[in-house]
Design a protein around this ligand. Structure first.
Ligand SMILES: Nc1ncnc2c1ncn2[C@@H]1O[C@H](COP(=O)(O)OP(=O)(O)OP(=O)(O)O)[C@@H](O)[C@H]1O
Ligand SMILES: [Mg+2]
Length: 224
């Protein structure tokens, strides 16, 4: 579902963020992306989200080439992705349920079906009881869970979470990782960036990608 060949990303101001990335991610794979601050983790995820385009090389996400000439198709592609942004990007003045349903507005399904699926996602993240609360009245950890519910409610084929454990204590961070990885199945891959290498030590059956200075190394851990 992700195929990168010789991908480079240079920002318009000339900053070389990623250099010669070669990588493939298959359905059902769990990938952790680690590396120091400024190493290129978010940049890599932005490429996978079709938010940035490679300045060199070729990148294919769910069969779609990521390049400016395909802007229209990339908008369609985004509906098959489940992005969880570091800063959540929830819409204030709207309820938890409305925020989750806003993430589903492009789906071709009846309003009652959408509401049901949104409810299922909120139950999975343990927030069904907050469905009618305004998002500005939630705790930080609850906002995180709404962001995850919004990303998974549309049953994406690729879940992309940027630093979902930032600012959480160890137990809550592990809970969030467990929650995110629970959405992995034989059709769905999950990619998670994190600073917190201690949280993923000893995790089985996953791929570890280390980004350093814009280059990556990849390691596959043994099956569970
Ligand atoms: N829009 C941008 N324009 C120019 N340079 C950028 C832009 N976004 C990021 N960079 C630079 O690209 C490099 C990689 O940044 P990136 O945000 O991908 O790092 P990161 O690994 O996610 O860091 P952190 O762990 O702090 O989130 C950094 O040198 C950063 O300053
Ligand atoms: Mg980052």
């Amino acid at each position: 579902m992700i195929k990168a060949k010789g991908v480079c990303l240079k920002y318009p101001d000339g900053t070389p963020a990623l250099n010669n990335i070669n990588l493939s991610v298959e359905p059902g794979e769990l990938v952790y992306v680690t590396g120091p601050s400024g190493s290129g983790k978010t940049s890599l995820l932005k490429l996978f989200m079709g938010v940035e385009y490679p300045t060199e090389g070729s990148l294919e996400i769910l069969g779609q080439q990521i390049a400016k000439v395909h802007e229209k198709e990339i908008r369609q592609l985004r509906m098959k992705l489940g992005p969880v942004f570091q800063e959540f990007r929830l819409i204030k003045g709207r309820t938890v349920m409305e925020n989750v349903m806003l993430g589903m507005r492009f789906l071709n399904a009846s309003p009652s079906r959408l509401k049901e699926d949104a409810g299922v996602a909120l139950t999975k993240v343990g927030l069904a009881h907050k469905a009618l609360s305004l998002v500005e009245n939630l705790s930080w950890g609850e906002c995180q869970r709404v962001a995850i519910a919004r990303a998974v409610a549309r049953k994406p084929e690729l879940i992309l979470a940027d630093e979902p454990t930032g600012n959480l204590d160890k137990d809550n961070a592990l809970n969030i990782l467990e929650l995110l990885t629970s959405f992995k199945d034989n059709k769905t891959a999950v990619v998670i960036t994190t600073h917190a290498t201690h949280l993923i030590e000893g995790q089985k059956d996953c791929t570890l990608i280390r980004v350093d200075g814009g280059s990556i190394s990849r390691e596959r851990t043994g099956g569970a």
